[in-house]
Design a protein around this ligand. Structure first.
Ligand SMILES: [Cu+2]
Length: 163
């Protein structure tokens, strides 16, 4: 095993360990796991949040919105690539959650956009928020702030994208 390969495996191991501490949430038949945001870089005024949403119900649901006192405004975004350029777009009408399906919000795809942070996200802190589902209702959650280097298997650098 060469050193680079070992480093990658070690990094993956750390991410897995982080996931194991994550608090899980449940509202109705919806389970939310591994909520995280990346620690803010100096001068960064926005932050992206990620999570896994598992809809165990036999009917589709929808993540309508996220609210949080940590930012002036919170939006649901997705990333679209046009002519080789990745751009973020607000998701109209929320994120669809098909029956019996897990939807992942992850770097390079769906994410929760915290706009104009009231204070920078600090490594190790938590960010309280409320998720609003169309059928399952509201649930209070906490996003865990992970180090700026945290990048679960994606080469896509969200932080470099323009709003
Ligand atoms: Cu965004």
């Amino acid at each position: 095993m060469n050193i680079r390969k070992f480093a990658v495996i070690a990094a993956l191991g750390l991410c897995t360990a982080g996931t194991a501490w994550a608090k899980d949430y449940k509202v109705g038949q919806i389970e939310i796991d591994d909520l995280w945001v990346r620690a803010s870089a100096p001068g960064q005024s926005n932050g992206a949040g990620y999570m896994d949403i598992d809809n165990d119900a036999k009917a589709a649901d929808r993540l309508l919105s996220v609210t949080s006192d940590a930012a002036e405004r919170v939006e649901l975004h997705t990333v679209q690539t046009e002519n080789g350029v990745s751009k973020m777009r607000q998701v109209e009408g929320g994120i669809a959650l098909p029956a019996d399906t897990e939807v992942k919000l992850s770097p390079g795809g769906y994410h929760v956009m915290f706009i104009k942070l009231r204070a920078p996200f600090k490594d190790g802190a938590t960010v309280p928020a409320t998720l609003k589902f169309e059928k399952a209702g509201d649930v209070a959650v906490e996003f865990k702030v992970k180090p700026a280097s945290h990048n679960p298997g994606m080469s896509h650098d969200h932080g470099a994208m323009k709003h």
